[in-house]
Design a protein around this ligand. Structure first.
Ligand SMILES: [Zn+2]
Length: 248
């Protein structure tokens, strides 16, 4: 159909206006999609997941650290009691008040027993402290990582708000222009366009480029193209394949 001379519709004809409207609608749909898929949203979700995992980890570490601190305190209490008892025995033995050999032997045995008990309690306390050390280190690491993630989260929240505001502004001005454009299009044509747009993927009007519909990218049969070309300039014709309004 190359012999058909290019005959663009008048620049401000209803079909041309419909094309402008379509451009705005397409741009609006793209902005809406960008708004829905802002990368900051996904990043925030994974930062949130990581923070919750760290919080859970911290709770478990704190619990274990608390158990160990309790165990250490109990061991220290026992060590203190054993030492006090030993000192008491030492004082009694040195006082010269206990004279019976049997009593002194029994006290001496208890002192030795208490020394062994203190040594073994101290060994256990050392074990508890050795177990607690890496837990406290892990807790510090978890806190440090969480602090970094919270900063990242704050940064992402700000970036998201800024991106949303920018896109929101763009959409508002586009929506205003779109409303003006829609006002220019005859009501019947506008409602036909809206109907087709709603049924399809948001595209209600397409250009006939050569013998192809730019909406569905299919080549129209030449008889069909002839029919469209011969139609009155203001006649509304649609693509047989996709149903979109065709602007020739
Ligand atoms: Zn088509």
């Amino acid at each position: 159909m190359s012999e058909v001379p290019a005959e663009p519709a008048p620049p401000d004809g209803p079909l041309q206006q419909l094309l402008h409207l379509q451009e705005d609608d397409t741009a609006l749909a793209q902005l809406r999609h960008r708004l829905d898929t802002l990368p900051e949203r996904g990043a925030l979700a994974s930062v949130g997941t990581r923070l919750r995992e760290l919080e859970e980890q911290a709770v478990q570490l704190e619990r274990r650290a608390g158990e160990l601190a309790g165990a250490q305190a109990e061991l220290e209490r026992q060590i203190e009691a054993a030492r006090a008892r030993r000192e008491q025995l030492d004082r009694q033995m040195r006082s010269g008040q206990v004279t019976a050999a049997r009593d002194l032997t029994a006290m001496d045995e208890e002192v030795r027993h208490l020394a062994g008990r203190v040594a073994s309690l101290e060994d256990r306390e050392l074990e508890v402290m050795e177990e607690a050390d890496p837990i406290h280190r892990q807790l510090r690491e978890v806190a440090e990582t969480a602090r970094g993630l919270r900063e990242e989260s704050d940064r992402l929240h700000q970036a998201l708000a800024a991106a949303e505001a920018t896109l929101g502004d763009e959409m508002s001005s586009l929506e205003r222009r779109r409303a003006e454009q829609a006002g220019e299009v005859p009501a019947a044509l506008l409602s036909q366009y809206e109907r087709i747009r709603a049924a399809g993927d948001g595209v209600g009007v397409a250009r006939l480029v050569g013998s192809s519909c730019s909406g569905c990218h299919l080549t129209l049969p030449s008889m069909e193209v002839d029919r469209i070309r011969r139609a009155a300039p203001d006649a509304v014709v649609t693509c047989d394949q996709c149903g979109r309004i065709l602007v020739r």
